[in-house]
Design a binder for this molecule. Structure first.
Ligand SMILES: NC(=O)c1ccc[n+]([C@@H]2O[C@H](COP(=O)([O-])OP(=O)(O)OC[C@H]3O[C@@H](n4cnc5c(N)ncnc54)[C@H](O)[C@@H]3O)[C@@H](O)[C@H]2O)c1
Length: 189
């Protein structure tokens, strides 16, 4: 974060997207795997969010006399949850716990960062055709495609476009503390 600040002079947006899976049913799940999944998703999201606040946004807020920042800059955090936070997923007690935590963290962060003029939201994707999905194989991807209402799994571009839309203040400048379902109709609620 310090290097990014040094190079750019400011950081206006953070997208917390890193993730891992270590799928196994609860009876077979090692505690080390459970902790590793929580570490990347929950600790990673917390640490990146904390550093940009501690090193940049909070100091700006203090300089402004602890008043909401009114410099007109578009600032945002976008976290990545998953449809499985609400729907559950066999073999993913760690991953679903992490995504539930990320949704809660999104709401708290939105409240804390409002004074910095930072909108904080999360995207909850359904299946996306990335290396993370490769483990389910072609048959699994086909089954998942059929389970959606749009008839396909998402492409990475679907997620990137959603990030761009949520980041764009002309589209979602009035939206913060929300979880965006982005799952092709896999889960309706
Ligand atoms: N692919 C899906 O079907 C799907 C569905 C719902 C949610 N998601 C979420 O979307 C996000 C992106 O997943 P993806 O599908 O691109 O997964 P992926 O496995 O294809 O890519 C994950 C990325 O995270 C990075 N990463 C992992 N551990 C890291 C660490 N400790 N530090 C820094 N980077 C690390 C990896 O290098 C990789 O670039 C994740 O948060 C994932 O949980 C994915």
């Amino acid at each position: 974060m310090a290097q990014a600040l040094e190079a750019n002079g400011c950081i206006n947006g953070v997208v917390n997207v890193a993730g891992i899976t270590r799928d196994a049913r609860i009876a077979k799940k090692s505690f080390a795997d459970f902790q590793a999944v929580l570490a990347v998703h929950v600790h990673g999201t917390f640490l990146f969010t904390r550093e940009v606040a501690a090193q940049h946004w909070h100091p700006l807020f203090k300089q402004a006399g602890n008043q909401p920042l009114s410099d007109g800059l578009n600032r945002f955090v976008i976290n990545f949850s998953s449809v499985s936070a609400r729907n559950g997923n066999v073999g993913q007690v760690d991953y679903t716990a992490a995504k539930g935590a990320i949704e809660s963290m999104t709401r708290t962060t939105a409240r804390e960062f409002a004074g910095y003029g930072v909108r904080v939201n999360a995207i909850a994707p359904g299946p996306v055709r990335t290396p993370m999905l490769a483990a389910v194989g072609d048959a699994g991807i086909e089954a998942m495609s059929r389970a959606t209402l749009v008839g396909r799994v998402a492409e990475p571009e679907d997620m990137a476009n959603a990030v761009c839309a949520i980041a764009d203040p002309r589209i979602f400048g009035y939206t913060t503390g929300q979880i965006f379902p982005h799952n092709g109709g896999l889960y309706l609620a």
